[in-house]
Design a protein around this ligand. Structure first.
Ligand SMILES: *Cc1c(COP(=O)(O)O)cnc(C)c1O
Length: 481
């Protein structure tokens, strides 16, 4: 191509490629449409069910131009109104959160400005925001200033990063893997075992520590296991405690486990993905000793009610997390001299990533911390309210919960499991409020997890009404069989 041809071709391409940079008037129109959509969605949340099992239509990419409004209609129908409505106050299953609006605004700003938050040199401001969020987390969990951490996509990746640091610090590789022992309870989140497998530790020995009636680790049993393993010349290396288990919200005896970990020189990891932020509430004593962990998983997209996609990990030994993640390359040389710890990429497997620090930082700047704390306290009280109401209906309840998750079952005269399963089925069919189930101590139970920021007393009243109505249906079936 000669120069003239190149210029001509460029002019031609520009007609189409410029369509990606939308002019101001059109930008405003689209933002308004999106804002209208968001308002309608939020205003309608109380009318929508918590769960819908409708089949979804086609969402195939068809390479044709569509108007934003058309797409938003499609989105509402096929995405917002199918499955679990995670933004809804009525999401009371698994671990909800909600997704506060100010975080959505932060995401919008982050995406428009698109700073490269992973490298201090590339965006000192964005990297500093990421680091300030980590600093804030260090302060609320009383981690020392010289500890380190990063924001991840969620709890699973946080745990992966923590375990990798542990693995590298303890040099668990090659033949040492098969002799190394990880201690955990059967109540750990499955992301624990998953992370071990992903980082090449599938063949470590997993020792499940017996738990008590409140589903907490029995520390004497842990000591016994470690002693036995040491006697067998194995290599005890990692102990995992949970501060707020997914099934029951139980908090393991952190202080005692910390002492044991220190005595036997084990890496002590705490998974506080669900329960961590309750440290800001009246329940903070239950989390005493959390600062003794070598690593900590926390999930702002749960306990801070942020939209999905932001977790965090803190690691006491900055060297360890740096060692696992720090790499450089020739094309990175311009940023090379920056202080290693000020660039998030050096503490995480990610290089280019979403500037997720802003969706934590901006809401905290706008609201302050108080409303978040009130919201958490409210959830604690709501679960107590729910349990009292259910007891009045004759339900059996799991032990007094540490946090905002509880479980229950109805004492049907026969086949308790089978009829509670049917009750769960009726509840899902009804769908007005979403609950989920689990198996605890080999028994089928129904769970309630109250953490969505929009969940209020009215929601719990609605849940009770729904459960009452579904129970009536199942009791009727039982009578007729
Ligand atoms: C949710 C949860 C996880 C997993 O976190 P993700 O953000 O879903 O990856 C891990 N541990 C516990 C206790 C959890 O509640």
């Amino acid at each position: 191509m000669n120069l003239d041809e190149i210029i001509k071709k460029l002019e031609h391409l520009n007609i189409s490629s410029s369509e990606l940079d939308i002019p101001e008037a059109k930008r405003l129109e689209m933002v308004n449409q999106a804002a209208d959509y968001a308002n309608t969605f939020i205003n309608g949340l109380n009318k929508l069910k918590g769960f819908s099992d409708k089949e979804i239509g086609t969402l195939t990419i068809q390479n044709k131009k569509s108007a934003l409004n058309e797409i938003l209609n499609l989105y509402q129908k096929e995405v917002a109104e199918s499955g679990i409505n995670a933004a809804s106050p009525k999401h009371l299953g698994y671990i909800p959160g909600g997704g506060i609006f100010t975080a959505a605004l932060a995401d919008f700003i982050a995406a428009v400005t698109n700073p490269f938050a992973s490298v201090y040199y590339a965006s000192p401001g964005a990297a500093t925001i990421e680091n300030e969020v980590v600093n804030w987390l260090k302060s609320i969990f009383s981690f020392p200033e010289n500890s380190a951490g990063c924001l991840s996509s969620g709890g699973s990746i946080s745990t992966l990063i923590a375990f990798t640091a542990a693995r590298d610090k303890y040099k668990i590789k090659n033949e040492k893997i098969k002799k190394s022992v990880v201690y955990l309870s059967e109540q750990v989140h499955h992301s624990t075992q998953k992370a071990l497998r992903i980082i090449g530790l599938e063949d470590v020995i997993l020792r499940y520590i017996p738990i008590d009636n409140n589903h907490r680790i029995i520390t004497n049993a842990l000591i016994e296991l470690i002693e036995k393993d040491k006697a067998k010349d194995l290599n005890p290396f990692l102990v995992v405690a949970t501060a707020g288990t997914t099934d029951t919200g139980s908090i393991d005896p952190i202080n005692k486990i910390a002492d044991i970990a220190a005595r036997y020189k084990l890496w002590f990891h705490i998974d506080a993905a669900y329960g961590g932020f309750f440290i800001l509430t009246s329940k903070k004593n239950l989390l005493n000793g959390i600062e003794k962990a070598d690593s900590l998983t926390i999930d702002p997209h749960k306990g801070l009610f942020l939209p999905y996609g932001v977790g965090a990990v803190l690691v006491k030994d900055a060297e360890a997390i740096l060692h696992s993640n720090y790499y450089t390359a020739n094309y990175m040389q311009d940023g090379y001299n920056e202080e290693l710890l000020s660039s998030p990429t050096n503490l995480s497997p990610e290089l280019t990533k979403h500037f997720r620090g802003l969706r934590v930082w901006l809401p905290l700047q706008i609201h302050g911390i108080e409303p978040f704390i009130s919201c958490l306290e409210e959830k604690l009280l709501l679960v107590t309210y729910f349990r009292k109401k259910l007891a009045e209906l004759g339900f059996c309840l799991g032990p007094d919960p540490d946090l905002s998750i509880s479980y229950f079952w109805y004492p049907f005269e026969t086949n308790t499991d089978e009829y509670n399963r049917r009750l769960m089925h009726e509840i899902h069919k009804n769908g007005s409020v979403f609950l989920s189930s689990s198996i605890i101590d080999k028994q089928f139970v129904i769970r309630i997890a109250i953490l969505a920021f929009r969940t209020k007393k009215e929601t719990i009243d609605e849940a009770i009404e729904m459960i009452k109505c579904c129970l009536r249906i199942v009791l009727e079936q039982l009578k007729n069989e």
